[in-house]
Write a protein that binds this ligand. Sequence first.
Ligand code: HEC
Ligand code: HEC
Length: 80
Amino acid sequence: MTIKKVLTITLLTLIIASSGCAYRHYLGMHGPTIRNSPETHTGVTEDSQCLECHNPDDPTDAPPTNHPGFKGCLKCHNGA
Ligand code: HEC
Ligand code: HEC
């Protein structure tokens, strides 16, 4: 194998790997997981509870969501 081929393959692998990571978030529609902050989110199961803290119209110290109309918050935010 020529050095040029090796470089091309390395580059391609890097591009595929990095874009895979960046876009997985959106393609899989998986949001950041609430498991990063279990002490805040233990026992929370209802969308209405989520919105008590994350409603952009009623700010708290929690980061506001840009999609308060979504249903089933935990489908996307309970990821591993
Ligand atoms: C279809 C999947 C999906 C659903 C359903 C969903 N989210 Fe999200 N959420 C995402 C994704 C993807 C992101 C990251 C990209 C973004 O900010 O739009 C995100 C980002 C967020 C953030 C921002 C976190 C940060 O660090 O700033 C909050 C807060 C949030 N969501 C709350 C909610 C709440 C509350 C609900 C229910 C009303 C909900 N989400 C429903 C996919 C979803
Ligand atoms: C009692 C208020 C409260 C409730 C209820 C609540 N959150 Fe949060 N959430 C927070 C706070 C505060 C943070 C910021 C991180 C922290 O300090 O724990 C946060 C962080 C987040 C993040 C960002 C995680 C990250 O790592 O970027 C998401 C996504 C999120 N919450 C979604 C939800 C969903 C979905 C629900 C409902 C199942 C919910 N939250 C219920 C207060 C709350």
